[in-house]
Design a binder for this molecule. Structure first.
Ligand SMILES: Nc1ncnc2c1ncn2[C@@H]1O[C@H](COP(=O)(O)OP(=O)(O)OP(=O)(O)O)[C@@H](O)[C@H]1O
Length: 307
């Protein structure tokens, strides 16, 4: 019998029977993850930056404050799924992406992944003193490509970046838009099993987006699973077969894109028109539909930690 990952409900929840998922189908498991940032700042400074009283739960003396970003998030993603991640500003989407790549470690809980999730668009660190051409080479090597793979991908990266005429100029002469196009183009050279896209589609102008779409579709088709963070519900519905809604650090919905986006639109409409009570009703009603998930592994089937 195939090894299995157990996805279930807490023993005291009045929930349907435990669903068992074959561990070979699993790409990512997020198990009870919370994230609290610890920042060195005065409460006045934090508030001036738009951090709310809810977030500044605890000022720890000597200017240290704790900002809760995610609270007890659990879900699993199967191979082949395209998962949209939505939520209002500051709700914790980017934090979740950073946890998936292992860039930061959760305060509590654990993230497991069958291979290292790669974030598209922000991986390549550029060096200002050297040329675009050299940055492509170095960036690809830094992402783990072999020299032969760099050669193979070079032309595609130049094509996507649209920077053929500036390739031999030092990077410091590039505009910031040119730099981010180059960075994004370099990042598309990888063919990861687990791909994260954090608003990457918004990089560059319309022409650039059209050029990148083709490559993105290719990468998505090859990837085992994709996470797409976006404020554009149209893009989310077009590209994803499941949507996770994170609000105020909590998982509020996880399901069918049309339904989740509909609840989200209703919620944000109430919020932007200052109808707090109505927004709260949508929030509570949506959360009620969320099946609590617990993750446990049969012996020897646990994927490695994302780090
Ligand atoms: N490096 C950090 N240090 C301290 N607090 C942080 C840090 N990064 C994020 N936060 C805080 O954590 C919370 C979640 O932020 P996060 O960037 O994950 O939200 P988001 O949903 O991606 O927001 P947006 O849609 O605006 O990009 C916010 O309150 C934010 O201020």
């Amino acid at each position: 019998m195939a090894e299995q990952l157990l996805i279930g409900h807490p023993p005291n929840a009045q929930a349907p029977a435990v669903e068992r998922i074959d561990s070979q189908d699993i790409a990512v498991a997020v198990d009870g993850v919370s994230m609290i940032y610890r920042v060195r700042s005065s409460s006045e400074y934090l508030r001036s930056k738009g951090v709310t009283a809810r977030q500044v739960k605890k000022i720890l003396g000597a200017g240290w404050a704790e900002i809760p970003a995610l609270e007890e998030i659990s879900f699993t993603v199967k191979q082949g799924e395209s998962v949209g991640v939505i939520g209002t500003n500051g709700s914790g989407k980017s934090t979740l992406m950073k946890l998936l790549t292992g860039k930061i470690r959760p305060t509590t809980g654990e993230v497991y992944a069958t291979s290292t999730p790669i974030m598209l668009g922000v991986n390549a660190a550029l060096v200002k003193q050297i040329s675009g051409r050299e940055n492509i080479r170095l960036g690809c090597l830094a992402m783990g490509l072999s020299p032969a793979q760099v050669k193979e991908k070079f032309e595609m990266i130049v094509e996507i970046s649209g920077l053929r005429n500036s390739l031999d100029m030092p990077l410091k002469s590039y505009s910031s838009g040119m730099q981010s196009r180059l960075q994004f183009a370099i990042a598309t050279a990888v063919d990861p099993d687990i791909l994260l896209i954090d608003e990457a589609l918004n990089t560059g102008d319309a022409q650039f987006r059209a050029r990148t779409k083709k490559r993105l579709d290719e990468v998505r088709a090859q990837a085992g699973c994709v996470f797409l963070v976006s404020h554009s519900l149209g893009t989310i519905k077009q590209m994803c077969d499941r949507v996770i809604w994170i609000e105020q650090g909590r998982l509020l919905a996880d399901g069918e894109p049309e339904w989740v986006c509909e609840q989200y639109e209703e919620y944000t409409d109430h919020k932007s028109n200052d109808r707090k009570r109505s927004a709260q009703i949508v929030y509570d009603r949506t959360r009620l539909k969320l099946n609590p998930v617990t993750v446990s592994f049969d012996r020897g089937t646990r994927p490695k930690r994302a780090s």
